[in-house]
Ligand binder design. Structure first.
Ligand SMILES: Cc1cc2nc3c(=O)[nH]c(=O)nc-3n(C[C@H](O)[C@H](O)[C@H](O)COP(=O)(O)OP(=O)(O)OC[C@H]3O[C@@H](n4cnc5c(N)ncnc54)[C@H](O)[C@@H]3O)c2cc1C
Length: 408
């Protein structure tokens, strides 16, 4: 039986898993399998600095050099290689691509993240993109360079950052959102409306409650986006930001339980999948959060992927002392010159603005569930919000939190 740790998915959660495994004393062999040709790289800059015209030839967002990965972490690094099957009985993976063949594991961390959803039937049309990978960002940056008229489908975080990047270059941008208010599932209705104000203040044509019925094209290139009211919005570049789907097709029939809603991997609070030695981490993993009464969630946030990658590896090495994934969720998003930050969870009985600076686009609001503080959102209050992350970790009461905010 091998003591090899195999990590599938060579991005943030996968890399952090490898680093944590070595730090925790794993001396056995370790293989990192990644489908992309690139070394593990950071995704947040792809929708920010990478699209900025003032950043001349943006730096590669690679985390570590190949030498660092192979030598320092003693990694058997298999890029351009896809895991296509898992035989849990034999503890064996099937691989296709550059590092193809079968690979036996002692422990396995699945960190295959998620892929962007596309608009069905538009795959062959030039000028239509999603933004998940470095290659996507290169293509969108090139389209920005040509002065494209931009239409973004979906006013979520990625779509909104693309819109902000285009406006910074002075490009005309329309954002189409099916919901009456953007970001309701991420930050709630009231705060979704406040975020939407940033678009309007920066000249982005945000249209909510509209339905895209299709794309128009000529000579294989996109020329516009059709709406259900019969109108067409001209476009040279369409960026589809309608969410992601976990990369788990390859696990069909493996015995790993997949979530009925989105196919993500169902884990327990230690990120164990239920199959011996198999853990999951990052954007792919559903888990019950111990701080929020076991509420099951799948987070698509950088900090969560980093923290869970480390935890999954440590728990895989030492399952007898496995710890729960208990970090308070946190994400940020940069729109125009503002930074939106969120800690905790958005499901709330009440949202209370605790700063009076709404009119100046700088504010902080708290989320209550029952009698506890469970969330906090801020725009341009970076030091403040981290204090509330600590309060949420301590399960502080609503009354104490309001007092802390000076409004109790
Ligand atoms: C453009 C962009 C901007 C973002 N900005 C922010 C931000 O500002 N703030 C924030 O908090 N979060 C942000 N995020 C989210 C954050 O980057 C993700 O939460 C994080 O990348 C998730 O890491 P992961 O390792 O779980 O998955 P991923 O980064 O999705 O990596 C999974 C990797 O596994 C590979 N893979 C998939 N299937 C297989 C297979 N079968 N075999 C081998 N390899 C496979 C994929 O190709 C991919 O390389 C952003 C994401 C994007 C795309």
């Amino acid at each position: 039986m091998t003591d090899r740790m195999v990590i599938v998915g060579a991005s943030l959660a996968g890399l952090r898993a490898a680093q944590a495994a070595r730090k925790a004393g794993h001396e056995g062999s370790m293989t990192l399998v990644g489908g992309e040709v690139h070394l593990p790289y950071d995704r947040p800059p792809l929708s920010k600095a990478y699209l900025d015209a003032s950043v001349d030839g943006p730096e590669s967002p690679t985390f570590r050099s190949e030498a660092e990965l192979r030598d320092e972490l003693e990694l058997d690094l298999r890029l351009n290689t896809w895991a296509t099957g898992l035989d849990a009985g034999r503890k064996m993976l099937s691989l296709e691509g550059a590092g193809c063949g079968e690979l036996e594991y002692g422990s396995l961390v699945i960190a295959t993240g998620a892929k962007a959803r596309t608009l069905p039937g538009t795959e062959e049309l030039a000028g239509v993109h999603t933004l998940r990978t470095l290659d996507d960002a290169v293509a969108i940056r090139a389209a920005f360079d040509t002065g494209a008229r931009v239409v973004v489908v979906g006013a979520g975080f990625i779509g909104s950052e693309v819109a902000a990047g285009a406006r910074k270059r002075g490009l005309p941008v329309t954002v189409l959102e099916a919901l009456p208010v953007p970001l309701v599932r991420s930050v709630g209705e009231q705060m979704g409306r406040a975020c939407a104000e940033l678009h309007l203040a920066n000249g982005t044509d945000l249209r909510c409650g509209v339905k895209v019925t299709g794309l128009c094209g000529a000579d294989g290139r996109v020329t516009g986006v059709s709406l259900d009211d019969g109108s067409t919005i001209p476009a040279d570049l369409v960026v589809v930001g309608t969410g992601v789907a976990p990369n788990t097709d390859w696990l069909a029939g493996s015995g790993v339980t997949l979530h009925e809603r989105d196919g993500g991997i169902v884990c327990d609070e230690t990120l164990a999948t239920g199959l011996a030695g198999v853990y999951a981490a990052g954007d792919v993993a559903h888990f019950p959060h111990p701080l929020f009464d076991g509420l099951v969630m799948r987070l698509e946030h950088w900090t969560n992927a980093a923290e869970q990658g480390m935890l999954a590896a440590r728990n895989a090495i030492n399952p007898a002392e496995a710890k729960p994934a208990a970090g308070v969720p946190y994400f940020w998003s940069d729109w125009y010159d503002s930074r939106i930050q969120f800690v905790g969870i958005p499901q709330a009985d009440e949202i209370r603005v605790v700063s009076e600076e709404l009119g100046e686009d700088r504010f902080l609001a708290l989320y209550r569930r029952g009698d506890r503080l469970t969330g906090c959102i801020s725009i341009d209050r970076p030091t403040q919000i981290m204090k509330y992350r600590r309060l949420i970790a301590q399960s502080k009461s609503w009354a104490d939190s309001l007092e802390f905010a000076g409004v109790g």
